[in-house]
Design a protein around this ligand. Structure first.
Ligand SMILES: [Zn+2]
Length: 80
């Protein structure tokens, strides 16, 4: 029987935003973002990936729309 400390962990991904490791023994992913670490079920990875990617897309749209709005406001002010 293997104890928790003997579980081998695999580094799946790492960048400036954080790191994701996988514990084969627990079938758990560990997300490390700054000082926060989250343990999630390995089957949730795709859902979380979808969540992040949808948020990224929404954020891009928001930023673009905001820029367009600001630009439109400046044009309106330019008329006076
Ligand atoms: Zn483990």
């Amino acid at each position: 029987m293997r104890t928790k400390s003997q579980h081998s962990r695999m580094l799946l991904s790492k960048n400036e935003g954080g790191a994701i490791t996988f514990c084969e023994g627990c079938d758990v992913l560990e997300l490390e973002i700054g000082a926060v670490s989250l343990r999630i079920d390995s089957s949730s990875l795709e859902l979380i990936n979808k969540l992040m990617s949808e948020a990224t897309t929404s954020m891009k749209t928001y930023t673009q729309e905001k820029a367009r709005f600001t630009q439109a406001m400046e044009q309106n002010f330019g008329l006076h």
